[in-house]
Design a protein around this ligand. Structure first.
Ligand SMILES: [Zn+2]
Length: 258
């Protein structure tokens, strides 16, 4: 696979993450507050984006989408890039969204995805995965390219079929906002995430979007616990974390470099 790097730009609950080198494209997923500033802070250039993906209409996932679109299109002077969003994000659905102005959608290709939809972009296949969350149109993104699969759950409660949509991903990224078995409506707690990790058996599992509670309750310890329990390398994302995804392409490769 071509060199791919993921940069997590989150600060506590926001910022989303960026993946560079997906089939030659640089994508930013769920750009919440601070996504633009933190991109610069962590040395990834928002002018070099090819796509912006927004899963749902909660501000911590979309609030920087418009400024990133402005960067991607060089201040709205170029027709460039792709904006992918849920029905709620792009068109609005009942009381959810829309989240991006028509002006900001006017210079890029725009795709609305509902759970189950698939989009092919050159050699990249994106599948919108279902969620159980406040915004009923919220979607996760399963991205497959060059024999590699990265699957992102977005915000979702645990539900029995969830694993079917993320199984066999090389890298699983999930939003986990409570430690242990502290269940919270519409989200995963760490124990539920551990169950999902077991069911999907990725090569690497990443907990992101850590709520304030998780920060104070030692997410690194939670990740170690899940690693021990599942036998699958699990890490808690931190602000500015950069990962070389290539080494998770082959199961035989060492994970020691963490
Ligand atoms: Zn949400």
């Amino acid at each position: 696979m071509a060199d791919a790097f993921a940069t997590i730009t989150q600060r506590r609950m926001t910022g989303g993450f960026r993946i560079d080198g997906i089939d030659g494209k640089n994508l930013h997923l769920d750009p919440g507050p601070g996504a633009l500033v933190r991109s610069y802070q962590f040395g990834v250039n928002p002018l070099k984006l090819h796509g912006i993906l927004v899963s749902h209409s909660h501000t911590d996932h979309y609030s920087d989408a418009e400024v990133l679109i402005e960067a991607m299109t060089k201040g709205m002077t170029r027709n460039k890039g792709l904006v992918i969003g849920s029905q709620s994000v792009i068109n609005g659905y009942q009381r959810w969204g829309p989240c991006i102005s028509n002006y900001h959608l006017s210079k890029s290709k725009v795709e609305v995805m509902n759970a189950g939809d698939t989009l092919i972009l050159d050699n990249l296949k994106i599948t919108a995965t279902p969620t159980h969350h406040g915004d009923p149109k919220n979607i996760g993104f399963r991205m497959e390219w060059d024999g590699f699969t990265l699957s992102y759950t977005s915000d979702t409660a645990y539900f029995p079929e969830l694993h079917q949509h993320h199984k066999n991903a090389d890298v699983l990224i999930a939003s986990v906002i409570r430690p242990g078995n502290e269940k919270i409506r519409g989200h995963l707690c760490a124990d539920e995430f551990a169950r999902l990790v077991k069911e999907t058996s990725p090569k690497l599992a990443i907990m992101t979007h850590l709520g304030m509670k998780m920060i104070t309750d030692h997410p690194v310890e939670e990740a170690i616990k899940i690693t021990e329990e599942t036998g699958i390398e699990t890490i808690a994302a931190y602000d500015g974390m950069v990962m070389d995804l290539d080494k998770f392409q082959n199961k035989q490769q060492t994970l020691d470099e963490y």
